[in-house]
Design a protein around this ligand. Structure first.
Ligand code: PMP
Length: 396
């Protein structure tokens, strides 16, 4: 059965993590794996999460099955968080199921699309998160790319993107990142979302928005502006969200898929197919992460505590972006790194060559993936001078 299998290619980030762990140099800097890190380089459990967890442990009375859509309280409260007080919710056009992480939501979306329109193509930004193409291909969907990131100007190829979207055929799907684009850090500006909505309407393609970093760029509402606008202007949309980053619940695997249909009746019909899809993949989602998030969002004091912690994380990322950009300039490092301060979320491309990435790792113990994508949250006041010195040594 298995003897003829060829080994799957190693995940470049996981491989890098292993090399990092084995590196004995105590001044090493990890800018590889995509998790938030605090000032001391740790990824702690949020205080609001700890409290919600303790309360759950004390009060929980059953472990019986939840059902395919998961926790109804979580689903209602995550809708309020992602979509806000939205007309689509008031009109009964939204159906949400909680899923094992944002990746689970994407896979449910992919299987649902395959049931609905197996001939459709899913258009993705060039570049996009490495898991996007593989998840949709695994579900049997065709994929294609639209221009997105300009590596020379470290900014959005807005005209090329709109031009490509103006040619997407009816019935296809366009995958968009709500904010904190992974891997580029370059987001769709507020003024571009209405143009995307216009093109979707004109061409008849459906947006699928991946919102894995709500609250990490400019604020919970600001980061959700794109999907909220699309859901208002368009008859149909899918929204995949994740609580991995903004609740730091990574390993608990909690995310959500929201289907926005043309009418309440259409949403109900489509949601029955979504539930059948879920039944065939993992039957039901795990309860713990959803219970924590539902408790935080349903308790005024816990919610305020969580919002404060989230704001601190966002400010830290944006602050270290400013500092990194300023210190690289002050050290006279060859190149213009002002884009680091302009970009949002955890990731940016440094725009350096794979050879320079290797030198940073081998000679200076600074770890990043060969594409030169860095996790900015891996920087802090302690290691930033070492990072800047390493960049100066390698780039001149
Ligand atoms: N989408 C994007 C763009 C991501 O970066 C991630 C996390 N790396 C996810 C979705 C899914 O995250 P998770 O499955 O851990 O919730």
């Amino acid at each position: 059965m298995f003897s003829h299998l060829k080994a799957a290619p190693a995940d470049p980030i996981l491989g890098l993590m292993a090399t990092y762990r084995e590196d004995p140099r105590d001044f090493k800097v990890d800018l590889g794996v995509g998790v938030y890190r605090d000032e001391s380089g740790a990824t702690p459990i949020m205080a609001a999460v700890k409290k919600a967890e303790a309360a759950r442990l004390a009060e929980d009375v059953t472990k019986t099955y939840l059902g395919m859509a998961g926790d109804p309280q979580f689903n209602a409260r995550i809708d309020a968080l992602t979509l806000g007080d939205h007309p689509a919710r008031r009109d009964g056009r939204v159906f949400t199921a909680h899923t094992p992480g944002g990746t689970g939501a994407l896979r449910v979306a992919a299987d649902l699309l395959h049931r609905a329109r197996p001939e459709a193509t899913v258009w993705m930004s060039d570049p996009t998160w490495g898991n996007h193409p593989s998840v949709f291909k695994a579900a049997g969907m065709k994929i294609a790319e639209y221009p997105y990131y300009d590596g020379k100007a470290q900014s959005l190829r807005a005209d090329a993107m709109l031009d490509a979207l103006s040619k997407v055929p009816a019935g296809d799907v366009v995958l968009l990142h709500a904010s904190c684009h992974n891997p580029s850090g370059v987001d769709i500006p507020a003024e571009l979302w209405p143009k995307i909505a216009e093109l979707a309407e004109k061409q008849g393609f459906m947006p699928l928005v991946d919102m894995a970093y709500q609250g990490f760029a400019d604020g919970l509402d600001q980061d959700a502006l794109g999907p909220r606008l699309l859901a208002e202007r368009l008859p149909e949309m899918l929204l995949c969200s994740s609580c991995s980053k903004n609740f730091a619940l990574y390993r608990e695997r909690i995310g959500a898929i929201s289907l926005i249909g043309e009418s309440s009746a259409a949403t109900q019909t489509a949601s029955s197919v979504m539930l059948a899809v879920i039944r065939n993949i993992y039957s039901m989602p795990p309860a713990h992460g959803a219970a924590i998030v539902a408790r935080i969002l349903g308790d005024e004091a816990l919610k305020v505590e969580w919002l404060t912690e989230l704001e601190h994380m966002r400010n830290r990322i944006n602050g270290i972006r400013q500092q990194a950009s300023a210190q690289l300039a002050a050290a006279g490092v060859n190149g213009d790194f002002s884009f680091i301060a302009r970009q949002r979320g955890m990731f940016s491309f440094l725009g350096i060559s794979p050879e320079q990435v290797t030198r940073l790792r081998e000679e200076h113990a600074v770890y990043l993936v060969s594409s030169s994508r860095v996790n900015i949250a891996g920087l802090n006041e302690d290691n930033l001078p070492r990072f800047v010195a390493a960049m100066k040594a390698v780039l001149g």
